[in-house]
Design a protein around this ligand. Structure first.
Ligand code: ZN
Length: 486
């Protein structure tokens, strides 16, 4: 009722540069007003000082004139941007959400590994989450479940090392379908981790995704430098699967798949787009990857596949670089390794490319050490690559972390049409930061440090970060989910 009343008093003003703004014409009081900030919206191109009025969790006004609010936040000197949407974050616990809020993230999505139980995954977080959350139906965990893999996060048994029987493949397919009916946002796939899955099994999975208009978020089969196990050959596999099934393809962390050939892989994604395929990609702004040391990625041949050796692998818990002996010891024990394999030029080429989205690939926090990317990705792009290195401009960077990820998902989940934008009627998921100060503080040595310079973060109009500090006792995060069809 109240919402409709507000809508009737909106006056549309067409500005000289063609940006449409809607302004409240009377003395309506908004729940929250973000005053005097530099509003940047990658969809309309608006980049000007404006006041933003929020009511009922939605953006209700964007105005050059002052707006009255029950609460007003002064954003003078700060950038007011759509909240960042992270397509790739494995850390989906309350502690991760706190780090992500400090990094400007308002929607955190686990789309690569995903889950085997979409309904249960959402139920666990409903009403208890600081920021919005969402998940894919994951080929990795489904295969682990069907093939009784003994591991919990990434496969170490049959799901990694054995071909599926016809019966198992039918069961995997049925579970994937069920996940989509339960509202999975996408299909997750990590062929490198399920190395014994046949090329045909991959095609079968793409066929299912195509039926649900879901993008397939793939960690490629290889990330190596040496034929025939190169990232390029692995990209060919999924490009062919996308082309022949019609499923949209999203290649995750293209830098750790391409390594020094990252520009070539990016050019193939661009070429596929130019020729009409729905293919996108993402990167994180670091020169190291991270995964479980016990996973199939470190099966024999890993040195050649990744173009690295023991000393390039760091045991996260202690920070030590590995030797042949410690590699064997820790692989048996199991745990997180940090892999220093990505050349800086590759990281920079991907971060600077307007077509490559930003996504953290943040890891679950199990001890005191973890890859810093889950805590610092977005601030690192804004502070290091935009401000310090001038590798790309601010609006382009914001587009890569807001509008583009929203557009990636909106075919499958129309709710994303109201995210990633500062637009009247859009969800009030908003990140307000100081462009002169924003920077990541998490490092490989001290990974559990909040980013700096993110001042206010709103999730559905509720401040989860105020003056750079977490708000207590608020859980405005909602399920980011595709329509449920059962
Ligand atoms: Zn991955």
């Amino acid at each position: 009722m109240e919402i409709a009343a507000i809508a009737t008093v909106l006056v549309v003003i067409a500005l000289s540069w063609g940006v449409r703004e809607e302004v409240a014409a009377d003395d309506e009081k908004y729940d929250v007003v973000i005053a005097n900030g530099r509003v940047m919206d990658p969809e309309s191109g608006l980049d000007a000082v404006r006041n933003v009025g929020i009511s009922g969790g939605k953006i209700r006004a964007i105005s050059a004139n002052p707006l009255a609010g029950k609460t007003t936040m002064d954003a003078r000197g700060l950038v007011v941007a759509p909240g960042f949407i992270d397509l790739h974050e494995h850390g989906q616990e309350p502690r991760n959400y706190q780090f992500q809020a400090h990094d400007g993230v308002t929607t955190s999505l686990e789309l690569e590994r995903g889950t085997a139980d979409v309904r249960g995954w959402y139920a666990q977080r409903e009403g208890k989450s600081l920021i919005n959350f969402g998940v894919s139906i994951g080929h990795i965990p489904v295969r682990m479940k069907v093939m009784h893999d003994p591991s919990t996060f990434l496969p170490t048994g049959d799901a990694a090392h054995r071909e599926a029987t016809a019966e198992e493949l039918a069961e995997i397919s049925a579970d994937m379908e069920k996940g989509f009916r339960e509202g999975a946002l996408a299909e997750g796939m990590g062929v490198n981790y399920t190395a014994a899955a046949t090329h045909w099994e991959i095609v079968e999975m793409f066929k299912i995704a195509a039926r649900y208009h879901a993008s397939v978020h793939v960690h490629l089969r290889y990330g190596g430098l040496k034929e025939p196990t190169t990232g390029l050959a692995a990209l060919e596999e999924v490009l062919a699967a996308a082309a022949t099934t019609g499923a949209p393809l999203h290649v995750v962390h293209i830098t750790s798949m391409g390594l020094k050939y990252t520009p070539e892989l990016i050019s193939m994604v661009e070429g596929a787009q130019r020729h009409g395929l729905d293919v996108t990609t993402e990167c994180y702004p670091y020169t190291a990857g991270s995964t479980a040391l016990e996973s199939a990625i470190f099966d024999p041949g890993w040195q050649e596949n990744m173009g690295i050796t023991y000393k390039d692998v760091q045991w996260a818990e202690t920070g030590e670089r590995l030797t042949a002996e410690t590699f064997e010891k820790y692989r048996k024990k199991g745990g997180i390794a940090i892999i220093h394999s990505i050349p800086e030029e590759a990281a920079r080429a991907a971060v600077a490319n307007p077509m490559v989205m930003i996504a953290s690939d943040g890891m679950p926090i199990t001890g005191s050490k973890v890859h810093p990317r889950g805590q610092g990705t977005f601030s690192r792009v804004l502070g290091h690559y935009v401000r310090e290195e001038k590798a790309l401009d601010l609006m382009t960077a914001l587009r890569k972390m807001t509008l583009m990820p929203a557009q990636r998902l909106e075919k499958r989940a129309p709710a994303f049409k109201d995210k990633g934008r500062i637009r009247v009627g859009a969800d009030a998921d908003i990140t307000v930061f100081d462009p002169e100060r924003v920077i990541d503080k998490a490092t490989y040595a001290d990974p559990l440090e909040y980013s700096q310079g993110i001042q206010f973060v709103f999730v559905h109009g509720v401040a989860v970060l105020k003056d750079g500090k977490l708000a207590e006792g608020v859980f405005p995060g909602r399920a980011a989910r595709a329509p449920i069809s059962e």
